[in-house]
Design a protein around this ligand. Sequence first.
Ligand code: ZN
Length: 188
Amino acid sequence: MNLDRVAELIRELLVELGEDPTREGLQKTPERVARSWEFLTRGYRTSPEKALNEAVFRSPGSSMIIVRNIEIFSLCEHHMLPFYGKCHVGYIARDKVLGVSKIARLAEVFARRLQIQERLTEEVAAAVMKATNALGVGVVLEAKHLCMMMRGVEKQHSSMVTSAVLGSFRNDSRTREEFLTLIRNGEN
Ligand code: ZN
């Protein structure tokens, strides 16, 4: 990412908004915003493979593994405003498992891009499936969207829940129920 070019664009944006980018409080803002955007969109400059760094472990057995309350911060692609919330991931390992922190890292790869919540949920599910070769994967994401909350539209829908199920989580209703029960039990 070209930080100088982005800072220049932010300086121009400030002028269009009616601001004076030379006033004291704003002098360093374009550079700060550029670095901030670099961080918030770093998912474009990484990949699931890099995030995992081969931290996939061999493990026999087929019990369900649940990772709850992964914090998600993303940006909606329609307004470039944040949406944020909690992600719950479950999978049934065939022979490979991921470290807990690696699931969060995997989610970061897709969250730190311009997104819609539905696609983010599906991408996380597909990435876990691909990394683990699991029998099934389920992902539930609950998020609040500042584009709705701040702009005063659809306040009653400002919190949204999306889910994606693959493999046995899709085909077997008992597996799906077990997953939903386990993530619900973690609510407090
Ligand atoms: Zn939006």
